[in-house]
Write a protein of this length. Sequence first.
Length: 154
Amino acid sequence: MKSTWKVGLMIAVFCCAWQLIVVSMGWLTNPRTFSLFYLVILIQVVILIWGMRRTAADNTYGKQLLFGTLASAIAAVIIFAYALVLMTVLFPNLIGEIKAMQTTALKAAGRTEAEIGIAMALQTPLSQAIQGAVGTIVTGFLASAVIAIFARKK
């Protein structure tokens, strides 16, 4: 269980650090650089590979899948709290800037005002934090399902 916490904390620390870099540099509110945010997925997968290789000799496929999913759930709790602090305390105007960028993109795509209004109503710090946490858990489960095929007790 100690390794699970270690990997979960590593995922959280590195993903939160990347979030801070992306937001501080203004990349999250720029349509050309917005997708750099999704490097958090690569960060998570690389750390899961590292952690699951370290426990492969002792764990079967199921235990490895559980290990990666639990580590990701631990990270998700921290990422959720961090995202709320990031968007409400450190960068309180961030959601407004994201909404402005997305409104421009949706108008350019020909969306109606009603569609844009619905999409923007869903953009809140809480909804963003929930999406980050759920994404972390789902990514962890799916990545662990694949990684465990190769990194497990034979």
